[in-house]
Design a protein around this ligand. Structure first.
Ligand code: ADP
Length: 170
């Protein structure tokens, strides 16, 4: 089954869903943008689990395109799924890595038994991916996914991001 897609303009830290996806960096130790907001609102428990992941299986960091789950701390969600988007490049096509972030996050959500999942617009902030292209990759990848997740909510922070995604789901 492919999930129902919903779009909202808002803040991902306020979403009452089973799992929220974090556009993390490979260090897993926090950053700006969505990552900063998730750690700020979710509290220190999330960072503690991220540190444990770095001390264990992900000693060299989480590779681009992969995903891993932690607690959601004080967020109104059960889990945060951290994924590392690719930095956009004009000289190399990294679309498959961006698609992989969505696929891998859905795979982890299935492992957790999450029925509802919220995504931000991965890689469209400091990683500079053009919004229209990022929205196309996100929507196509989620639509094509074989998953038990029932609802995928794209949470877009501002009007241009919302419009770019709305264009793809029309
Ligand atoms: P990346 O490094 O993957 O580009 P960013 O966090 O810089 O990640 O940006 C990804 C997207 O998330 C951007 O479109 C940005 O506007 C948006 N964003 C920033 N804060 C939030 C938030 N609290 N909720 C949802 N989206 C957010």
């Amino acid at each position: 089954m492919s999930p129902t897609l919903t779009l909202i303009q808002g803040d991902i830290t306020e979403q009452a869903v089973d799992a929220v996806v974090n556009a993390a960096n490979s260090s897993l130790l926090g950053g700006g943008g969505v990552d900063g907001a998730i750690h700020r609102h979710g509290g220190p428990e999330i960072l503690a689990e991220c540190r444990a992941l770095r001390a264990g299986h992900y000693g060299r960091g989480l590779p681009t395109g992969r995903a891993v789950a932690t607690t959601a701390g004080r967020l109104p969600a059960r889990w945060v799924i951290h994924t590392v988007g690719p930095v956009h490049s004009d000289s190399e096509d990294r679309s498959d890595l961006l698609a992989s972030c969505y696929r891998e996050s859905l795979r982890i959500a299935d492992e957790l038994g999450a029925g509802t999942l919220a995504f931000p617009a991965i890689s469209t902030g400091v990683y500079r991916w053009p919004l229209d292209d990022a929205a196309r990759i996100a929507v196509e990848t989620v639509r094509d996914a074989e998953t038990a997740v029932e609802e995928v909510r794209f949470v877009l922070f501002d009007a241009p991001a919302y419009e770019a995604f709305a264009e793809q789901v029309r």
